[in-house]
Ligand binder design. Structure first.
Ligand code: FUC
Length: 809
């Protein structure tokens, strides 16, 4: 659904009132009540709600997930549908292609890389096809993330329905549906529990013996069978690649009669019904076969264990786990509970002064955190291009892991919005990729280290394919290691740095120490062939390549110093860094050059703005420390933003929010955020490329945090890019490097109070204009705390571990 083309169509669509199957549906009166029950409190602001069932998976159904399992809830009256996923269910890989090499050259190509380098170094920029002819290979056995199946509740379609409401309550981590037929009100609650590893759906009514429907499970995978016994539906079988898959669904009815009938379980006259679902595959994140045990025993044991608890207990355990993460951050932009449905809220959104617009913005911020908690939890794979949600057997871009911006963007909110635990799957994935990455480095580069190219899968796809403009980015591995280093910076967890992060970073550095070459033009070390993602010619030393390697080398040196380890490697890296072309050049029109050659076109419309990596998520460019380069980055960004028909998939808009925030241009950051909501967001608030692509959700949430708090310079910058659209507000729970939590309240665009708590104590440096006149006190005792001035708006003070401090005007 091309939002910005059909905006008027969207507006039109909202006002037809037919439900699935033709029943007359009278939506809930537009008063902002939630399911708090009769006389209920005002609707919680962090709730997506609608007054009609979803008919479209991509733009209307609502996502629930626990990292490994995901489901889309449709909310139909006569028929309910939960389309569900399990994160490891993938086609392709070694099981499907006996000659599978994960994109690594099937046969050695002696001299191919040297030839590509010679052409670039001797003849200058090369057409992508020239390099593709030398280095590419058709993509085989790549596969796609798979839908698992659909859970259906087939009931009677009532003639008349009143008070219909469907919602996703982000504060509770629960999706709900409610409607009334005659004088009976039906309620459905659905959630995905991480502690119990199940998806739970409860259907109840406010009158006894009113709940009746048939439950069935369907799947698009031909080599599967459904078995039904004692109210349990089991779907089991294999994909073409031999991967075993199994889901089990138990139907538990309170009262009434439950019976097994063919491929379904029917319930009639129950007071309530609880449906518990889990699923698994035989996938194992283990090179080279990525195949483990049949999931049957695990799935059975998981479901049996969950069934040992009543619905309320399952819900309590879920909410305790979920809220422990979600409740850490609170954002108040002066929003009030909107009295209109979320799709209308979005349709009416302009980024103006209304509290409704603030409500949508605060909701969108929180939604990014909700989606990350729901699609990335320890023990499974990271959030892919669609998080954990996918209905297609051949999904867009295979719903894979593109590593030239997309996977990285997925994790940008993790640290700063206090969801560090969600990074576990990413780090496990990176670590599991290394054996195949080593093989790619050995076969394709003849070098040590590990590497991955433009996109990958759970089957260790670290090689290439053959689309000239998107097959080459060996820097992706180095870029991924930045997340490990950032995790250390935000947690100060030395054990993590020593055991997990540093070995991966050091091995990635070994690759670059072996693959950088001296540029005959200036003797500087450069990547060759080097490609600025999906754009322009192959050159030597494109800006992004150089900036990423600079970032890696700088982090490796700091990490090895901190750990007091690897002096020999550190020396080699320090030496290379001193020779490295940093990829920071001001061009003929004052722009930051994307390539070492001054090739930039001021009318360039491309969605990737890779040469600003050093601005965000890198930190090489900083308005105070590098003003001239920051100015050039500003020129480049303005040109890309203002180019007629600039390509603007959601993720590209989200990246720009962060760029503007790092340049401390709050109003421009807000415009990118506003336009992402206006032009790249679906009625269920999913980001769209189009099609649905989740990275934009995560990038936008990170962007909002980046407007309010930054710490990449070692100084806690408070309100560095506050837009005038948010004159008053408050945020709490954001995280900064150095392992501290920060909150701030502001009025008339200026902070009135800053709240800080340091995990481990130490020197904290804080910057905000209010720091010209203020008091620093211990939040608990109210006692004044000594501090020192560093500049007109920057102070430092000694913090004690776990002590909360307030800086007040
Ligand atoms: C990169 C981007 C595309 C898309 C794809 C998944 O190739 O250039 O826009 O987001 O990833």
């Amino acid at each position: 659904m091309q939002l910005w083309h059909q905006r008027s169509a969207v507006r039109a669509a909202v006002f037809t009132l037919t439900a699935v199957g033709g029943a007359q549906v009278r939506p809930v009166a537009a008063e902002p009540t939630s399911f708090a029950g009769p006389g209920g409190a005002a609707a919680a602001p962090l709730t997506l709600w609608y007054d009609r069932a979803a008919t479209d998976w991509e733009s209307q159904a609502l996502p629930i997930g626990n990292g490994a399992l995901g489901a889309m809830v449709f909310g139909g009256v006569g028929q309910e549908r939960l389309q569900f996923n399990e994160k490891t269910l993938w086609s392709g890989g070694p099981g499907e292609d006996p000659d599978y090499t994960g994109g690594i050259w099937k046969a050695p190509r002696p001299g191919a890389l040297a030839e590509a380098r010679r052409l670039v170094l001797e003849q200058g920029p090369q057409d992508p096809q020239v390099i593709t002819d030398l280095l590419a290979q058709p993509r085989e056995g790549y596969g796609s993330y798979q839908p698992f199946g659909d859970l259906w509740l087939d009931g009677e379609e009532p003639a008349q329905v009143t008070g219909y409401r469907r919602e996703l309550d982000l504060a509770a981590g629960v999706a709900r549906v409610r409607y009334t037929v005659g004088s009976t009100t039906f309620t459905r609650e659905a959630f995905a529990s991480y502690p119990d590893h199940v998806i739970v759906l409860r259907v109840s009514a406010d009158r006894p013996r009113s709940v009746s429907f048939a439950v069935r499970v369907t799947t698009p995978h031909p080599d599967t069978a459904v078995a039904v016994a004692r109210g349990r539906l089991t779907v089991a079988g294999h994909l073409a690649n031999g991967m075993a898959l199994e889901s089990q669904v138990q139907v538990v009815s309170d009262g009434g009669r439950r019976s097994d009938a063919g491929d379904r379980v029917t319930v009639s006259g129950a007071d309530a019904v609880t449906i518990v679902l889990t699923a698994g595959t035989s996938y194992a994140a283990r090179f080279p076969d990525y195949s483990g045990n049949d999931p049957h025993r695990r799935v059975t044991a998981t479901l049996d264990a969950a069934l040992g608890s009543p619905f309320r207990r399952l819900l309590e355990r879920h909410q305790a786990d979920y809220r422990r993460l979600f409740d850490r951050v609170r954002l108040d932009l002066g929003q009030r509970a909107p009295a209109i449905t979320t799709d209308r809220l979005l349709a009416a959104y302009t980024g103006g002064a209304s509290t409704d617009d603030r409500a949508l913005e605060a909701l969108f911020f929180a939604y990014g955190r909700y989606l990350l908690i729901s699609s990335s939890r320890a023990g499974s794979l990271p959030a892919n291009l669609q998080g954990v949600w996918n209905k297609d057997t051949a999904a867009a871009w295979s719903a894979d892991y593109h590593v030239n911006i997309n996977l990285q963007m997925n994790y940008w909110p993790a640290e700063v919005t206090n969801l560090g635990e969600t990074t576990g799957p990413l780090f496990d994935f990176i670590d599991a990729m290394r054996p195949a990455g080593r093989e790619a480095a050995r076969v394709m580069f003849g070098s040590p280290g590990w590497v991955v190219e433009n996109e990958t899968t759970p089957f260790g796809y670290t090689g290439v394919h053959d689309w000239p403009t998107a097959f080459w980015l060996p820097e992706a591995a180095a870029w991924l290691t930045q997340h490990l280093w950032e995790h250390y910076q935000f947690t100060q967890d030395r054990a993590f740095l020593r055991r997990t992060a540093y070995p991966i970073m050091a091995e990635a550095a070994e690759f670059w120490l072996a693959n950088l070459v001296a540029d005959p033009r200036d003797g500087k070390l450069v990547a060759v062939p080097s490609y600025s993602p999906e754009h322009g010619p192959y050159t030597a030393g494109a800006a992004m390549s150089q900036q990423i390697v600079w970032n890696l080398f700088t982090n490796v040196i700091e990490a090895s110093e901190l750990l007091g380890t690897d002096p020999e490697l550190r020396l080699r890296v320090e030496h290379a860094l001193a020779q490295l072309d940093p990829g920071l050049r001001v061009g003929s029109w004052g722009q930051l050059q994307e390539w070492k050659e001054d090739l930039d076109d001021p009318l360039d419309t491309h969605r990737h703005v890779s040469h600003l990596f050093a601005l965000y998520p890198g930190a090489q460019i900083e308005p105070t420390a590098t003003p001239a380069i920051a100015q050039a980055a500003l020129v480049s960004l303005q040109a890309r933003e203002n180019a007629p028909n600039a390509e603007s998939p959601g993720w590209s808009r989200a990246w720009k929010i962060n760029f503007w925030a790092r340049l401390r241009h709050g109003d421009e950051a807000f415009v990118s955020f506003r336009d992402q909501l206006r032009f790249s967001t679906l009625p269920n608030l999913w980001d769209t490329h189009p099609p649905f692509q989740i990275d934009g959700n995560f990038g936008a949430t990170a962007g909002v945090a980046e407007m309010l708090v930054q710490s990449q310079t070692g100084v806690i910058q408070v309100l560095p890019a506050l837009p005038s659209a948010w004159p008053a507000g408050a945020v709490d729970g954001l995280r900064v490097r150095g392992a501290a939590t920060v909150g701030v309240t502001w009025r008339a665009g200026r902070a009135t109070e800053i709240r800080i708590a340091s995990d481990h104590g130490g020197t904290l440096r804080v910057q905000e204009p209010m720091l010209s006149v203020f008091r620093l006190i211990d939040a608990e005792t109210g006692r004044a705390v000594p501090w020192a001035r560093e500049s007109a708006d920057t102070i430092r003070f000694q913090a004690r571990a776990g002590t909360a401090y307030r800086i007040i005007r």
